[in-house]
Design a protein around this ligand. Sequence first.
Ligand code: ASP
Ligand code: MG
Length: 424
Amino acid sequence: MARIVMKFGGTSVADLDRIKNVARHVKREVDAGHEVAVVVSAMSGKTNELVGWVQGTPKVVGANSPFYDAREYDAVVASGEQVTSGLLAIALHAMDINARSWQGWQIPIRTDNAHGAARILEIDGADIIKRMGEGQVAVIAGFQGLGPDNRIATLGRGGSDTSAVAIAAAVKADRCDIYTDVDGVYTTDPRIVPQARRLKKIAFEEMLEMASLGAKVLQVRSVELAMVHKVRTFVRSSFEDPDAPGMGDLLNPPGTLICDEDEIVEQEVVTGIAYAKDEAQISLRRLADRPGVSAAIFGPLAESHINVDMIVQNISEDGSKTDMTFTVPSGDVEKAIKVLGENKEKIGYDVVQNESGLVKVSVIGIGMRSHAGVAATAFKALAEKGINIKAITTSEIKISILIDGPYAELAVRTLHSCYGLDKN
Ligand code: ASP
Ligand code: MG
């Protein structure tokens, strides 16, 4: 017998038929004798609709104000998960399964006070553990918890992944299964590279890079939590027949296992290729080369909530002037240029240049820690295709390359095949 947390995303609970299908997945695990907690998202599209109402889209008569109380935003947007948790419990009852719904405040899942983007601080798992032990399935509304002000708090978009992993850690589950509309994590985006392969396993660190680079399978925060608490997390499809052979396999269910790197015996050098679109590059020319310059640039940008990504500073030729290049999301360029302009005196640069519509492609793999020449392979392959590299940054397990937008797909395909990731 095992203790399993099963999380179902918005497309998996999009309507009553799909909720019934989810109930069959749950029944399979219950029938196998496992203790089960289920975490649900809202029906797909529901949270967008709720957010739209709060933001006063034309659907709300007369209102078009961005000003609203974040606590009331949470009261509204958390309701989508309340609905699906109740509906799933009812669907389980119809199959003669003992189940009850739980809202975040009932457990409680305690969060901090950052309404709309709250972080989970603590989960009291005692009640659900006791009920699971008595054979009751806990159907938990994802995405929500209880703030220190005693009000509902939501965890940021995509947050029910994080709810699931946090609950799995709190109840010491053997496994956390994230059911979604894809059947696992792929070596790259299969829409761009049809030869992309589904990974059997991926290390937490690698998944963190893949997730933050736009492989939108999981909320980044959930992967961080899984890594810290070593929660073995499966990404798998809810659209497969719940009773197909192998679906109930305890150790090797179909899907991708996100796990500790020690569990991955045959580690490839490169695990996957990720990309992030709509990047922009900003360069400050002829900066004074003295202490405090970087702080003078990136401090005000951070205060303006501009998310800076790649940062490249040149070594100055004679110790007096240098250049600094960094990337921001294209949508933030104007704001960034304005902030830099306001701080021109303090920073002390000559000109600022920028270019939008760029793409960052990244090669990810824990194996590159211990292998030489991984970067050189990428550069050579891109050169052969005539793709110009604008900036490069690296970490122990990642090489990121900034290129012109129109080359994105070619670059992803080229890198995918040059590391032998194409399935044969
Ligand atoms: N329903 C929420 C959202 O759409 C949370 C989630 O689905 O993970 O962001
Ligand atoms: Mg999601």
